[in-house]
Write a protein that binds this ligand. Sequence first.
Ligand code: NAP
Length: 401
Amino acid sequence: MKIIKKDDNMSVPDRVEIPFIEGDGIGPDIWNAAQLVFDRAVAKAYGTRRSIVWKEVLAGEKGFKKAGEWLPEETLNTIREHVVAIKGPLTTPVGKGIRSVNVAIRQKLDLFACVRPVSYIDPVPSPMKRPEKVDMVIFRENTEDLYAGIEWQAGSRDAEKVARFLTEEMGVVLPPGAGIGIKPISAANTKRLVASAITYAIDNRQPSVTLMHKGNIMKYTEGAFMQWGYEVAAEHFADQTVTEAEVYEKHNGRPPAGRVVIKDRIADMLFQQVLLRPDEFHVIATPNLNGDYLSDALAAQVGGLGLAPGANIGDTCAVFEATHGTAPKYAGQDKVNPSSLILSGAMMFEYMGWKEVATAIRGALQNTIMEGTVTYDLARQISGAREVKCSAFAERIVAHF
Ligand code: NAP
């Protein structure tokens, strides 16, 4: 019943067990809605030939209440064993317990690539004049950068110790009493992230991969990210890629057919370019923090976080997740939009090779929105829309199968 993955080969049984984390806050509402859609989409695509056995694993508040831990080891082991899992949003306890359960899942399972596709679903309201031009996939490094959580509080003894070392040993001048954070970016983690972005671009016939960085200022971290990105393209994908510089120097400004163009953009400039000329960008590979900001900004261009799917992918396993948080003020109200989790499920089915299920889900979701049946978040922006609850929205989606 379990998926087996060896190197790049995955074998998925017809009756497959998939672990899920329900999530905190609005998690139970969106999970129930999403599960209905997933089961019916599998039945629509394959009849009784294929099915899913959902296996709940604990994390977050439910993990703490039932198992005494925010992230039980058993949950991590079960995900490792099953290769693929899906999760709702998890509360980050403030000032107690684990730093962030979400970040811990990514780091402990070495899910090094956070993959976030952003494309427009007609007729979702958007602040863009031509939102249909937004069609990008972000590959955000998931395990290092400032997200590694290496930091010391201002005024603490440890901060003073680090400050003393930096001042006395390294000749650095620091503002007195500063909080200090460390930003590690390594060749190995950069190269595997950029390699997966290039592989995705090749497999999905995308014209370009953009390395987003702030290397003009942070030369040895973000600048190195860019350099290592170009290096991995040259080392492993020389026949399938071409750099933007080569396009102009050797090919009269026209990329050779079938080659993915590797280019780079400084982060602040990319933020304006994805607004002004979104159709020039396809796959974007970037360090952790840039990717965090850019994913939400791009999601806003096509209607907001309620519709943005995401996946955390490593060499041995993958966890698919809604990209928004637990929206605690709506918890238990059966109110919010379950589309982010539903579309993350579509990504999961694609990853498993069950492409027909992904297609069925995306088509039915689009038809539901097109007929004007939406949850509160879209209803407040679409005049004449029929506002329904989270569960009713899912029922409407399955009615379109
Ligand atoms: P949030 O939970 O994403 O909610 C912020 C706002 O976004 C909501 O008030 C709502 O806007 C809108 N929203 C979020 N999900 C929606 C949905 N499914 N449908 C419609 N609208 C939706 O952000 P937060 O309030 O900053 O974070 C709350 C908790 O979630 C924190 O503990 C945080 O650490 C955690 N978190 C977890 C993850 C994760 O699990 N990966 C990610 C981010 C945050 P309106 O108020 O305008 O209706």
